[in-house]
Ligand binder design. Structure first.
Ligand code: ZN
Length: 169
């Protein structure tokens, strides 16, 4: 039963029927995630298995997205696949008899914003300091370094330039 990805889900009904939901989202649509990427490209794939956990609707959410991050060492682009797997229960945190090891997702379970949920999970899956791995091309930014050197040299030359101006007058 294909539905538009932006349509809210009824987690209550889906859990009752033990439904499996698969969706894809363009990464460009995730505003918060997009800010952390080198390029707003790629797609997020989502696989969700709903179930009933006691009297709460619950689901296993697996999300995966190919993204381009900025390496913090060379400032070059790097491809990464963000993966996330979480056990969710659709109830306010602190509700009674929540199943163990589940992350509570508050709000109306019958109007579940899957895109926002997936974006939250992918944000958590981001590496804290993205860096090329050993064996990947991680060139130190020679151009940027040269520019830095030039600025430094420029700063050092400036007093002399000023002196030259003084001598001229
Ligand atoms: Zn790098």
């Amino acid at each position: 039963m294909p539905t538009p990805p932006q349509r809210p889900l009824d987690a209550l009904g889906l859990a009752r029927s033990g439904a499996v939901v698969e969706r894809e989202f363009p990464v460009a649509g995730f505003e918060r995630l997009r800010d952390r990427l080198a390029e707003p490209t790629g797609r997020a794939r989502v696989h969700m298995e709903f179930r009933q956990a006691g009297h709460w609707p619950a689901a296993k959410l697996a999300a995966e997205a190919d993204v381009v991050l900025t390496c913090q060492r060379c400032l070059g682009p790097m491809q990464r696949t963000l993966t996330s797997e979480s056990q969710l229960v659709f109830a306010d945190a602190g509700s009674a008899e929540l199943p163990e090891g589940c992350e509570a997702v508050g709000g109306d379970p019958q109007a579940l914003d899957l895109a926002a949920l997936v974006e939250d999970e992918l944000l958590l899956a981001l590496p804290i300091i993205p860096q090329h791995a050993a064996g990947e091309a991680c060139a130190l930014p020679s151009a940027a370094k040269a520019a830095d050197d030039a600025t430094e040299a420029g700063a050092m030359r400036r007093p002399f330039a000023g002196l030259k101006d003084l001598l001229k007058h």
